[in-house]
Design a protein around this ligand. Structure first.
Ligand code: SF4
Length: 429
């Protein structure tokens, strides 16, 4: 039997899809050559916004239409966060949560035996302690490998559904990480991106921390770069910063989720820092790393956000000077604290604020890219696109060089000489 996995959402979901793909191959299933047709289609869902849920449903219906007699498997954060919303399971033969990805093969075998719908969604609870052992040996279609090391979140920011879909914090032991990264390096992966649901909570309640994970990956032969996924700002302790800065292979790109540049809004979001503390951390990073980039996420139109609060947020984003900002209109999620708040902002106002924030952030982005010109930087090339090859510097600046040679997987020193839209144009030195 062959299979397709359709993945939505974050790098953790992408990692888990890769792990499920390897599990299936180890059990005699093969990857379908047709991305729309297979004996088994797995939809690995995200539920971070209402829009994501609508997208999940659309993909389920399309998969069923394309594969009327095949096995359709729904898994991931949507069924895990909303196990009672059984109308979502229509057209699915198997429904699994995200707590036990290793439950996939037994569920398929059960369905092949009974041909009755299999639903297995084990609830997360506060006793969630054990980290589910999953590992990958490659990252199909990618030059860099994402490695999940942390699951769950104990924060419960007022707008966020993730703690309900991912459970409590649990961490991959460093020894497991070492073995997994060695396998990836042996398979030619030069850059490892460490990811988690709340990566900054890695090692919470354990005798190891994120700097131990970074050190372990840096010590792995064949690995030339280590990058971190999204990070909670206030957990970027000075001790961690110092230890990261000692690692030559560490990539100085920090995705520090801001969400709002207004202290009153941050309080309603139940974020655990204010703008002064955020600015102090940014300055600390800029003082300890050569040419770091700070990227972020910002929500606009959060419950109760006034014109003045939005203005404060916009001005703070300008003050920090992010190299890239992802702007999201706030999306109400049933079951979160914020959903019950008053004074929700109209879609029209959210739209207007998104446009203003995006415009401002694009200008700052262009200034950042221009500030990289003249530098010579090592670039890990990822793919050939027609007459140029594209890749990223250590601080995640996108670079293109004009060539018809596929340099994918190679790290080459490049002088950044000009800018074309989103890319810095380079010449190899
Ligand atoms: S830290 Fe907050 S926003 Fe991030 S996953 Fe946890 S609850 Fe959600």
């Amino acid at each position: 039997m062959n299979f397709n996995i359709i993945t939505l959402g974050c790098k953790v979901n992408q990692y888990e899809s890769q792990a499920m793909s390897e599990l299936l191959k180890q059990n005699g299933f093969s990857q379908s050559e047709d991305k729309n047709i297979a004996d088994i289609t797995i939809i690995n869902t995200c539920t971070v916004t209402a829009v994501s849920d609508a997208k999940n449903r659309k993909i389920i219906h399309k998969a069923r239409r394309n594969n009327p007699h095949a096995i359709i498997i729904l898994t991931g954060c949507m069924p895990q966060a909303f196990p009672d919303r059984t109308e979502d399971f229509e057209g699915c033969d198997i429904v699994l949560g995200n707590k036990h990805r290793n439950a996939l093969i037994p569920a398929i075998n059960e369905f092949l035996l009974t041909h009755r719908q299999v639903i297995s969604i084990e609830a997360h609870d506060n006793r969630d302690a054990e980290y589910e052992s999953l590992s990958v040996h490659s990252f199909d279609g990618h030059t860099r490998a994402f490695v999940k090391i942390e699951d769950g979140c104990n924060r419960f920011c007022s707008y966020c559904i993730i703690p309900y879909s991912r459970g409590r914090v649990r961490s991959k032991p460093v020894e497991q990480l070492k073995a997994e990264v060695k396998a990836l390096a042996d398979n030619g992966y030069k850059e490892i991106v460490l990811v988690g649901i709340n990566l900054s909570a890695y090692g919470q309640g354990e005798d190891f921390d994120l700097a131990d994970a970074v050190d372990a990956v840096c010590e792995t032969e064949g690995v030339e770069r280590v990058r971190l996924g999204s990070f909670e700002p206030e957990m970027m302790y000075d001790t961690l910063i110092k230890r990261f800065s000692k690692q030559e292979k560490f990539c100085p790109q920090f995705h520090l989720s801001l969400q709002s540049g207004c202290d009153e809004t941050l309080k309603r979001m139940r974020r655990q820092y204010d703008t002064d503390e955020y600015m102090r951390i940014v300055e600390d990073l800029r003082a300890n790393f050569d040419n770091p980039s700070i990227t972020t996420d910002v929500l606009v139109g959060f419950a109760g956000e006034t014109d003045d609060e939005f203005e404060q947020s916009l001005n703070f984003v300008r003050k920090v000077g992010f190299s890239k900002t992802h702007v999201f209109p706030y999306s109400r999620r049933r079951g979160t604290l914020a959903d019950k708040m008053e004074n929700h902002v109209s879609p029209k106002v959210k739209d207007e604020r998104s446009k203003i924030m995006i415009d401002a952030c694009e200008k700052i982005r262009a200034e950042f890219l221009d500030s990289q010109l003249g530098r010579v930087e090592p670039v890990l090339f990822e793919r050939l696109r027609g007459d140029f090859c594209e890749g990223y510097t250590k601080n995640y600046t996108p670079v293109k060089i004009y060539t018809d040679i596929d340099l994918s997987g190679q790290i080459i020193d490049v002088k950044l000489v000009s800018r074309e839209g989103e890319y810095c144009v380079g010449e190899s030195v």
